[in-house]
Design a protein around this ligand. Sequence first.
Ligand code: GLV
Ligand code: MN
Ligand code: MN
Length: 414
Amino acid sequence: MRQAAAPSSVEGALDGQFQRTWEFLAGIGRNGRTGGYRRFAWTAVDLELRAWFAEQASQRGMDYHCDRNGNQWAWWGAPATGALVTGSHLDSVPDGGVYDGPLGVVSGFLAVDLLRARGVEPGRPIAVTNFCDEEGARFGVACIGSQLLTGVLDPDRARGLRDVDGHTLAESMQRAGADPSTMGRDDEALSWIGDFVELHVEQGQRLVHLGAAVGVATAIWPHGRWRFRFEGEANHAGATRLVDRRDPMLPFASTVLAARALAEQAGAVATVGKVHVVPNGTNAIPSRVDAWLDSRAPDETTVADLVAAITTTAQRAASSADTTVEVTRESYSPVVDFDARLRNRIHEVLGGVPELPTGAGHDAGILSARVPTAMLFVRNPTGVSHSPAEYASAVDCVAGVRALAAVLEDLSCR
Ligand code: GLV
Ligand code: MN
Ligand code: MN
């Protein structure tokens, strides 16, 4: 399948090519004050990123395609059943790092460049993808593009999801020139994915401790998001006696502390990272506090038991403050064990790279319910993610591209 030896100039140019691509992309959606990225689905920044993706496809003479759910595809070869697909996402959490997502997309394009430069003729088409709205930062549900594609997320529910300003996903897509009416399970696009390999920055420091630039994922912890809506009565902060208050901030605060303590006991993690207070005035007792719990654990029973225990605590705390609480599950992803065949191949090809599980969610996890998937991780010296402090050295990123290229070359002829 290999036609000719790699021209050494192309091998040597990879570092520069990575730097140039990366620097260009790093300029899109960065907040000058915080240094974090604000790349939310279907915003002007997202459209710039999507245009960048289409342009990358065009520069390489790859066929560009946007599927019914807004996921972008760049094809080396014609779209066909059972292709080899790589990629990740370009959106971010609020003030996120630059690597989470884009590293996988850029690495996909550069791996294609490397294979072409080496004269590789893949035995099946290869596609690079940008999955739409992976983080769910704007509409609250993670992995919207892959969940719609696989039929996990109901399209009517997706269309009606609202952002913080009350705009629905459907309206936002329309404003961005996309058609929300055809969203939903897409068996044709799914059939294109014979195997999916996502490269991602590690969200932790295991590879640092193991002294390896690249690792392979074993599993994703089950995880979900729950909205806790505490309701009481708005009133004056100075003129209302403490005994007369129905203050939803109190059960909210108890619930946050309980979530931490209960998660510790369970060997799990629980996070309240997003809160809306109504009316959000310094001198007003709130009428409502909406808080979002993100909970994850190595197994599904632990997640379910933990969320049940946090809910019970919240209900007791709400009732003792003469307030109410309503708990709504907004999304849930079951445990993922990555495909053993792909993991074994990756070990063969990369020569026994370390294996590691992750508590972070990914499109590869959603897709794994329907198609064989695998993930490669690239070392992150800070271990930090979902923050501007997220980092990977250029040397490790290039090692990631080389690893991905080797895996794609191997899998493309299987
Ligand atoms: C996505 O990065 C998640 O794990 O929530
Ligand atoms: Mn993320
Ligand atoms: Mn990610």
